[in-house]
Design a protein around this ligand. Structure first.
Ligand SMILES: C[S@@+](CC[C@H](N)C(=O)[O-])C[C@H]1O[C@@H](n2cnc3c(N)ncnc32)[C@H](O)[C@@H]1O
Length: 396
């Protein structure tokens, strides 16, 4: 497990504002004897809270390596017999029983905006939650505000116009200006009153796409560098938390930064229209932000059109691969992968599969050890019977 993964989770569970809101929200939502699904369990802290609230059984679902720690943590807290771990993405999970309560914590800097969380929730709600089951959080709202944020713009975008070791890197600048940033903004950075999207009720949401045109009136002189986005969460009735820079005790999360390509001077009374959309094509979530600046009389002053698609760094080869009319043929490695997968018939050992793959593709491997590494790599993705058998001890 990468140290950064542990660091991320250490930071996440140390945010007492967010964690207290989860704890209160879970306490209000889980009844004694309930079955709870903890989607994106991480260290399992929300599973522990669910047990504390009286859950009979908690299914902790998490694809990342951190899940290996959860059985011990659950046992150390006296809940080892109630928490069942599933090391996989929610999309691949099937449960022996449907949950009364589903906890979904895959929130990002601007809530569900720009993430695949709605796709995760819609799928899990349909397959894994009882009809009428409760979801924590209940509601997530994304807000945006134009910000004067010169230090961030300089360090993240303008910096690419400077030569490095005498070499010209200016072409990178437009890519950087189409990428979403992440940084905490302060009240002093705000140029207008923030505007919110419609709240998303996770129990009722039907689309993974979201978007809204927001209208702002500039309240002070400054420079427009970006739109900053944040989230407000209702965990359960009366249990709220927010990462807004305007609240007294915000969650300790960074904000989403959607830059404008060229900083522009703004005056009190100027108007900003910002169309901000995110859609999820099943693989990537693409965020598009168009910004129009007008003076108080309505005269156009500047406009910016950005999309995270241009920040994805796709090569022509990547795009060609996505072309549905492209015709494919397997390379020698592809054929060896095919061989290895076909040999996974429930009878052969890993060593036998490696030996047979080596025999069929002698030009590809130096020796049996090479072939074994190759086969292990091939089998990392598809679910095999050995993995299925290996699942039980994780939660038991
Ligand atoms: C923000 S962390 C929350 C961790 C933990 N619940 C907490 O509150 O500390 C979100 C977790 O969701 C996991 N995740 C992302 N997509 C997922 C999916 N489709 N199914 C299950 N877990 C997912 C990530 O690996 C990550 O560990």
């Amino acid at each position: 497990m990468a140290q950064s993964l542990l660091q991320f989770h250490q930071w996440h569970i140390s945010d007492s504002v967010t964690m207290s809101a989860y704890r209160d929200g879970i306490a209000r939502s889980v009844r004694t004897g309930d079955v709870v699904l903890d989607l994106g369990a991480g260290t399992g802290i929300l599973s522990l809270m669910a047990c504390e609230a009286g859950a009979r059984r908690v299914y902790a679902v998490e694809p990342a390596a951190i899940i290996a720690l959860v059985p011990k943590i659950a046992a150390d807290n006296g809940f080892g017999d109630r928490v069942i771990c599933e090391k996989r993405e929610s999309f691949d999970v099937e449960l022996p029983e449907k949950a009364d309560v589903m906890i979904a914590s895959m929130l990002d800097a601007a809530g569900v905006f720009g993430t695949n969380m709605l796709r995760v929730v819609l799928d899990a709600r349909r397959r894994l939650l009882k009809p009428g089951g409760v979801i924590v959080p209940q509601t997530v709202t994304t807000s945006f505000c134009p910000v004067d944020f010169g230090s961030w713009h300089e360090a993240s975008i303008a910096c690419w116009t400077e030569p490095r070791m005498g070499f010209d890197f200016r072409s990178v600048r437009s890519v950087a200006a189409n990428q979403q940033g992440s940084r905490g903004v302060k009240k002093d950075n705000l140029l207008a009153q923030p505007q919110a999207f419609d709240p998303i009720e996770l129990a009722d949401a039907t689309s993974t796409n979201m978007g809204r045109t927001l209208y702002f009136e500039i309240e002070r002189e400054g420079t427009l560098h970006a739109l900053a986005g944040w989230l407000d969460i209702i965990m359960a009735a009366d249990v709220r938390c927010s990462s807004s820079p305007l609240v007294e005790t915000p969650m300790s999360w960074s904000h989403l930064i959607l830059p404008v390509d060229s900083p522009v001077h703004v005056r009190s009374g100027d108007r900003i229209e910002a169309a901000v959309r995110a859609w999820d094509d099943g693989r990537e979530t693409v965020v598009v932000w168009d910004v129009w600046l007008r003076d108080a009389l309505g005269n156009a002053r500047a406009e910016f059109h950005h999309s995270s698609f241009y920040g994805l760094l796709l090569t022509k080869e990547d795009l060609r691969r996505l072309d549905v009319d492209s015709v494919r043929a397997l390379s020698e490695r592809g054929m060896a992968q095919c061989t290895a997968l076909t040999l996974c018939d429930g009878n052969r050992s890993l060593e036998e599969i490696a030996a047979a793959t080596l025999e069929s593709h002698p030009g590809l491997f130096r020796n049996l050890a090479d072939a074994r590494d190759f086969v292990l790599g091939v089998l990392r993705e598809p679910e095999t019977a050995a993995e299925v058998r290996g699942r039980a001890p994780i939660g038991s």
